[in-house]
Design a protein around this ligand. Structure first.
Ligand SMILES: NC(=O)c1ccc[n+]([C@@H]2O[C@H](COP(=O)([O-])OP(=O)(O)OC[C@H]3O[C@@H](n4cnc5c(N)ncnc54)[C@H](O)[C@@H]3O)[C@@H](O)[C@H]2O)c1
Length: 314
């Protein structure tokens, strides 16, 4: 979990929601962080966000030498990138902007420095197009908030080298992340596609009047969601099969599952459905202090991540 040998200083490019969260994480893991963002007032906003995240970082445990003092900022890209050993890019999710940004970063940095993008949906094959060294461009997609959620999805573009993929996987693992390597580029990567599949049916069930927004949230948060946070959908299925494991489940429940798949909906997010969902969320929150929602969730999340780290769960 300590800063590994060849990477001492991480460049964080774009310091909005995701960049600030990554910054807190890299600082907590004992790196120097050199950050940049062209927005006026970005530095103050970044420092305020990192201070806000720091108590969580302290609870998770700081690496030796970790300090808020090791954050530097420059609104100038070249100045900020001087001397960095790894870049985590978090600029706006626009293809033209990322292509230009990666071209500029590529021109500024020695070829062994990996350029990783947090992009939620852009393909690195397109983003790396204007670079002289496209082989060091890679996706390192975190889950919000990256200072708490271990998952990082690593995906190379058509021109990314296998060495870059290996070094990126090793880097994220060494700093306590749980990277997974997707072998092909697909829209939305992996975890967001899985979420999208669930949201599609959740929206459909509300649209069809089968369940309320509150009941759907209860169904997940007090049902399968509790298990999914501990082990994934395949292992849960395996445990459902008793001694016969997942093979037995698929023999036994495969045909009904296929018939449910055939029945799933594909709703359109019409104005009417949007209003129904928003009204359902308002109703769910009636009488609750909304300001407590995110801090309560995040405190529990921290406890859960810590508790899992002390087990043999995969
Ligand atoms: N928000 C999420 O839940 C989430 C999760 C995972 C990944 N991501 C990805 O992370 C990236 C950033 O998303 P965000 O939610 O932090 O957005 P954001 O709007 O909060 O932050 C983007 C930042 O980029 C800055 N910026 C604008 N032009 C720039 C440039 N030329 N160079 C550097 N910085 C520039 C902006 O000033 C802003 O501070 C996106 O690619 C997004 O897809 C977002």
């Amino acid at each position: 979990m300590e800063a590994n040998n060849d990477i001492k200083c991480v460049g964080v490019v774009g310091t909005g929601v995701i960049g600030a969260s990554w910054t807190a994480y890299f600082l907590a893991r004992g790196f120097d962080v050199s950050s940049t963002d062209p927005m006026p007032g970005a530095e103050a906003k970044l420092r305020e966000a990192v201070c806000r995240h720091w108590p969580s970082m302290e609870k998770m445990g700081l690496a030796e030498g970790a300090s808020l003092e090791r954050l530097r900022f420059s609104a100038n890209l070249a100045e900020a990138l001087a001397g960095v050993d790894f870049v985590q890019e978090n600029g706006p999710e626009r293809e033209d902007l990322k292509v230009a940004l990666f071209r500029d970063m590529d021109a500024l940095l020695p070829e062994q420095v990996i350029l990783a993008s947090s992009s939620s949906g852009l393909l690195m094959s397109l983003v790396q197009g204007a670079c002289t060294h496209p082989e060091r461009v890679i996706l390192g997609h975190p889950f919000n908030p990256p200072h708490m959620i271990p998952l990082v999805e690593v995906i190379g573009g058509a021109l990314t080298s296998s060495e870059t993929i290996e070094r990126t996987m090793a880097f994220y693992s060494a700093i306590g992340k749980r990277p997974i390597h997707a072998l092909k580029e697909v829209k939305g990567h992996i975890a967001n596609r899985l979420q999208a599949a669930l949201w599609r049916e959740a929206f459909y069930l509300v649209d069809q009047g089968v369940a309320t927004v509150a009941d759907i949230d209860t169904a997940i948060a007090y049902g399968p969601g509790l298990r999914w946070a501990l082990i994934g959908p395949f292992l849960n299925l395996h445990l459902s099969g008793g001694e016969g494991g997942i093979g037995h489940v698929l023999d036994h429940l495969g045909p009904p599952i296929e018939s449910w798949w055939a029945d799933l909906g594909t709703p359109a997010i019409t104005e009417e459905l949007k209003q129904k969902i928003c009204a359902g969320v308002d109703e769910l929150l009636t009488g609750r202090d909304q300001a407590l929602l995110a801090p309560t969730r995040d405190a529990l999340l921290l406890g859960l991540v810590e508790a899992k780290a002390g087990t043999t769960l995969p």
